[in-house]
Design a protein around this ligand. Structure first.
Ligand SMILES: Cc1cc2nc3c(=O)[nH]c(=O)nc-3n(C[C@H](O)[C@H](O)[C@H](O)COP(=O)(O)OP(=O)(O)OC[C@H]3O[C@@H](n4cnc5c(N)ncnc54)[C@H](O)[C@@H]3O)c2cc1C
Length: 417
């Protein structure tokens, strides 16, 4: 029996995971990648240690996504335990960090990617780099520009795993939006996520740029009074503020910015003391300088600078004012960093444009996976987890459709695992 042939466009985590499932079931897979090498963003994620997934309970895990209902069945099929087992199958061990985040022991992406590619190659997956997908011909074939000119290719099914639009130098440029929009596919605008936010600091803050704000609690209030919180580290920058705490709040902050043109990030600079305790600690004592009193109360140099920056000087000796400002420090944000500098992309192909199996309703036999789908999540391993899981899900959707066609892709593969 002639085996079925699937084209996967985009050799990131989603596309490669789809290839993994399909080749395991005897499907002939060709992966096409625009850049000269594969998985460039994955490798970049490895520079930060490759936080590949998270160990928290599945219900909490799934709730990290704005589209929890949509992603739940995908994540359930490839939860953290399965990600760990998959890495082990490639002889890559992992560990759970103190925050519950899961990393490969080597804290790099390159060894995992190398072994993964070798495994795929052994199973017959062909990877063609320097193939930039330009869209479809009138008869639905795939158009690529390559160093040797235009190539037109056909396959039984296609998976688009083209990523979002952040860090376009690594390959994902979001150009697919126009191609799919022309096919009347509903797409939420691509927006920066897990990104820094802009604010205006005075020159007084210049020496503190690049310095971390440690052990702070941040929150955002929306119009209905709902509060979203994050406790982690933030970093002051010349343009504003970035870091894990801000990334975790990037969705509500972005929504406030879109609705009101500005957003307020509140920080509790000393979350481990109550306002009453802090007021007592800030009481004037002998001839001690203000800086000394503040330091003894637990404020480090960056936090002290922030208070001097934001609180009028005539209030510095008033323990009540300093305590309440420390416990609810407002930072007015006026914009987001550009998508090119964001860690990830919100927006993408909308759920209603896809079948349950991630096939585009308007383009039969064309499936989508990964960050190009319309979901958003904070950092913490959730981005890679959903990219892997949706890549697998789309591949399984194709396998189901091949089975429904009455053509078994591989007579050795009895059931879909
Ligand atoms: C600095 C940084 C650090 C990160 N760290 C983490 C982390 O620790 N944990 C985590 O969970 N996530 C992290 N992420 C996010 C994570 O890397 C992405 O969510 C993930 O790579 C998305 O996978 P994907 O396969 O959907 O897309 P991508 O990885 O973007 O892959 C898409 C591929 O498609 C190719 N492509 C695009 N357009 C075309 C075209 N027209 N023709 C052919 N090929 C095309 C691209 O070149 C690319 O190789 C990080 C991201 C960045 C930028």
């Amino acid at each position: 029996m002639k085996s079925k042939h699937v084209s996967i466009i985009g050799a990131g985590p989603a596309g490669l995971m789809a290839a993994d499932i399909l080749c395991e079931h005897g499907v002939q897979v060709d992966v096409f990648e625009a850049k000269a090498s594969v998985g460039r963003k994955f490798l970049m994620a490895g520079k930060g240690g490759l936080n590949i997934t998270h160990s928290e309970p599945l219900a909490d895990f799934v709730n990290r996504y704005d589209q929890a209902h949509w992603l739940k069945p995908m994540i359930e099929e490839f939860d953290a335990q399965k990600v760990i087992a998959w890495m082990e199958s490639l002889s890559v061990s992992s560990f759970i960090g103190t925050s519950g985040r899961i990393f490969p022991t080597e804290m790099k992406a390159a060894p995992l990617l190398r072994r993964w590619l070798s495994h795929l190659k052994k199973r017959g997956v062909r990877v063609e780099c320097n193939h930039y997908w330009e869209g479809f011909t009138d008869d639905g074939s795939l158009r690529f520009s390559t160093a040797k000119g235009e190539k037109i290719l056909t396959s039984d099914a296609t998976i688009l795993a083209l990523g979002g639009a952040s860090w376009p130098s690594l390959g994902s440029d979001g150009a697919w939006v126009n191609i799919l929009a022309r096919k009347n596919i509903a797409i939420s605008p691509l927006l920066p996520s897990n990104c820094g936010f802009k604010t205006t600091w005075s020159h007084y803050m210049d020496p503190y740029f690049g310095m971390p704000l440690k052990n702070v609690l941040g929150w955002v209030k929306n119009d209905s009074g709902e509060i979203q919180k994050s406790s982690s580290e933030a970093i002051l920058t010349s343009y504003g503020i970035e870091g894990g705490l801000v990334y975790a709040l990037s969705r509500p902050l972005r929504e406030e910015l879109i609705t009101h043109g500005e957003a307020t990030l509140y920080l509790d600079l000393l979350p481990y003391v109550t306002i009453a305790q802090l007021t007592a600690l800030l009481a004037p004592s002998g001839k001690q300088s203000i800086n000394n009193i503040w330091r003894k109360a637990g404020l480090d140099s960056v936090k002290i600078a922030l208070i001097r920056e934001g609180l009028p000087k005539d209030k510095w000796s008033n323990p009540d004012c300093v305590a309440s400002f420390t416990k609810e420090y407002p930072i007015k944000l006026t914009g987001m960093q550009p998508i090119e500098e964001a860690i990830s992309t919100a927006g993408g192909v909308k759920r209603e444009a896809l079948t349950e199996d991630l096939m585009l309703r308007n383009l039969p036999n064309v499936y989508c996976a990964g960050e190009m789908l319309d979901w958003d999540a904070p950092t913490g391993g959730y981005l890679l987890a959903a990219s892997f899981a949706s890549g697998r899900f789309a591949a399984k959707g194709i396998l189901k459709s091949l089975l429904n066609d009455g053509i078994h892709p591989n007579h050795n593969a009895i059931a879909l695992r």
